[in-house]
Design a protein around this ligand. Structure first.
Ligand SMILES: *[C@@H]1O[C@H](CO)[C@@H](O)[C@H](O)[C@H]1NC(C)=O
Ligand SMILES: *[C@@H]1O[C@H](CO)[C@@H](O)[C@H](O)[C@H]1NC(C)=O
Ligand SMILES: *[C@@H]1O[C@H](CO)[C@@H](O)[C@H](O)[C@H]1NC(C)=O
Ligand SMILES: *[C@@H]1O[C@H](CO)[C@@H](O)[C@H](O)[C@H]1NC(C)=O
Ligand SMILES: *[C@@H]1O[C@H](CO)[C@@H](O)[C@H](O)[C@H]1NC(C)=O
Ligand SMILES: *[C@@H]1O[C@H](CO)[C@@H](O)[C@H](O)[C@H]1NC(C)=O
Ligand SMILES: *[C@@H]1O[C@H](CO)[C@@H](O)[C@H](O)[C@H]1NC(C)=O
Length: 455
């Protein structure tokens, strides 16, 4: 009772002090203490302090308890995620079901976990052994993913998967021994895809001579009736980049005898081209406009030229094929129409296939593959399936990879193609006669495509 009163007076004097300053307080406090409090043994101030502290403590214990409960829940969530991540990492390390997309998603998740646990760690100030261990495990995982990524630069995971697919394929091949090639009408897709190629048939040296080692040639599958001019030969300049002129022949015999050629010059600087990715479809020759992201086309009868942008495509030798420089755009013609194969920054240099509407000269639809474009020497399309080749030696090319635009399925195959000289700068497929037209270091060659029976 007594001390409560004193307390009150003390408070009053404290209130006063704010108003009147030091001197007054000193006088007041002295006055109060000496008069009202008979014994100043009871430690009022310490009691007051204790009350406040205990209140503070109980509040902070409550909040800490809450936090710990929260950490407990978060921790068990982390543990589940960690277990899931571990399983997925193990699956990836064994090379099963690997795709780059999974890889990226995993890295993002691990980064999230890592930043969450660092937050947790700084709050708890490293005192919790569990959190320490968790943090370490996640860091370890991050290191493992980095290591995996480094491996992938050497394509180890891809190769492992490839070998697995090849082995499966080999088994299937053995089971299918004695398989008869299918007779397929020209223009028809009533078959099970490419089984083999027969060749090469060496046709001739290109019309500009041995100096033009890069270029392309082919056949228009849908020429104007009665107009002829279905074979085209398009050597690049000797710099192996610039495309300035091409030649047309009305028939195969004319081509063989170099008879009645039509020479075409690309004169306007906006319509010259680069790279050996040309293809001809419905009287238009398609190619990559010089020094640009644009697709060019030229009508071979009217010489009308047009250009249109290929969105996001990389160009100027960014992700060219392994067989030569500036082959950024690769046009292709098959039974279903016109296509272009290229790469983008978003695809990390992997091949992108786009279907082109030849009426509007626009991209209709695009597919992103998991095959790195510079690891491929050339591509062609048959019945909506992309086929990719690579060099196996100076005398051997291998068709090794397919991507089906009908269902997005990728597969590894192994079909060998003998070649005369090392560099194959282009291959185009002709649905009109099931031939591949290959430009092999200045030489024009053909191969016959043999199809697998359906089913
Ligand atoms: C109160 O007294 C202290 C020490 O005597 C002095 O340093 C301070 O300036 C004084 N404050 C006022 C408001 O007079
Ligand atoms: C109690 O907590 C408040 C606010 O956190 C703080 O200002 C005060 O100094 C604390 N009191 C004691 C006695 O620890
Ligand atoms: C891991 O989590 C993902 C989704 O977060 C789920 O689709 C997948 O099935 C889980 N994997 C395992 C092995 O639990
Ligand atoms: C963690 O606590 C230690 C003492 O237990 C202290 O020295 C250190 O500064 C604290 N760190 C943080 C981030 O609070
Ligand atoms: C990660 O953990 C595994 C086993 O738990 C261990 O073998 C490996 O050395 C650790 N890696 C790092 C970088 O600490
Ligand atoms: C080009 O990239 C942008 C941004 O990444 C994307 O939104 C757009 O769909 C892409 N266009 C094509 C045709 O791929
Ligand atoms: C191609 O473009 C033309 C003209 O824009 C359009 O009429 C036609 O439907 C398009 N074809 C397809 C398959 O989208």
């Amino acid at each position: 009772m007594m001390y409560r009163l004193t307390l009150l007076i003390l408070q009053v004097s404290a209130a006063l002090s704010a108003m009147v300053g030091n001197r007054t307080i000193e006088r007041d406090v002295k006055c109060v203490c000496s008069v009202v409090m008979p014994d100043n043994i009871f430690p009022v101030e310490r009691m007051e302090y204790l009350e406040a502290t205990s209140q503070n403590l109980s509040t902070s214990v409550q909040t800490e308890t809450l936090k710990v409960q929260m950490y407990g829940q978060t921790l068990s969530l982390y543990t589940q995620q960690l277990q899931n991540l571990t399983l997925r990492l193990q699956a990836m390390e064994s090379g099963a079901g690997y795709t780059e997309l999974q890889f990226d998603a995993l890295r993002v998740e691990i980064q999230e976990l890592l930043s969450l646990t660092s937050q947790l760690r700084s709050t708890v100030n490293g005192s919790e052994a569990i959190i320490e261990r968790l943090h370490f495990q996640i860091k370890n995982m991050s290191t493992t993913v980095d290591q995996l990524e480094t491996f992938d630069k050497h394509n180890v995971l891809g190769i492992r998967q490839e070998i697995k697919v090849l082995k499966a394929q080999q088994k299937k091949c053995e089971a299918n021994q004695g398989l008869k090639p299918s007779q397929v009408n020209f223009g028809s897709c009533d078959h099970g895809g490419l089984l083999n190629v027969r060749g090469p048939n060496v046709v001739q040296l290109n019309w500009r001579g041995i100096g033009c080692t890069s270029g392309a040639w082919g056949r228009d599958p849908a020429p104007l009736p009665g107009k002829g001019g279905q074979y085209w030969v398009a050597p690049l300049e000797s710099d192996r980049r610039a495309f300035n002129s091409y030649r047309l022949y009305s028939s195969y015999n004319d081509l063989l005898l170099s008879r009645n050629p039509v020479n075409v010059q690309l004169r306007s600087s906006s319509y010259t081209g680069q790279g050996s990715g040309m293809a001809m479809y419905k009287n238009y020759l398609y190619y990559n406009c010089y020094n640009s992201r644009y697709m060019c086309r030229m009508n071979r009868h009217t010489y009308r030229t047009q250009r249109t942008i290929l969105n996001n495509a990389t160009y100027n030798n960014r992700f060219s094929f392994s067989s030569g420089s500036y082959h950024d755009f690769d046009f292709a013609v098959d039974e279903s129409g016109l296509w272009v194969v290229y790469a983008t920054e978003a695809s990390d240099g992997n091949m992108v296939v786009s279907k082109i509407n030849d009426t509007s000269f626009t991209v209709e639809e695009s597919w992103v593959t998991n095959m790195y474009k510079p690891s491929v020497s050339g591509t062609f399309m048959i019945c909506g399936v992309l086929y990719a080749m690579r060099s196996q030696s100076t005398r051997l090319e291998e068709i090794f990879y397919t991507f089906d635009t009908k269902d997005g399925q990728e597969a590894m195959i192994s079909v060998k193609m003998e070649k005369m000289l090392e560099k194959v700068s282009s291959v185009t497929y002709s649905p009109s006669d099931h031939k591949l037209f290959v430009y092999n270091q200045g030489n024009q060659m053909t191969y016959d495509v043999v199809f697998r029976p359906k089913g």
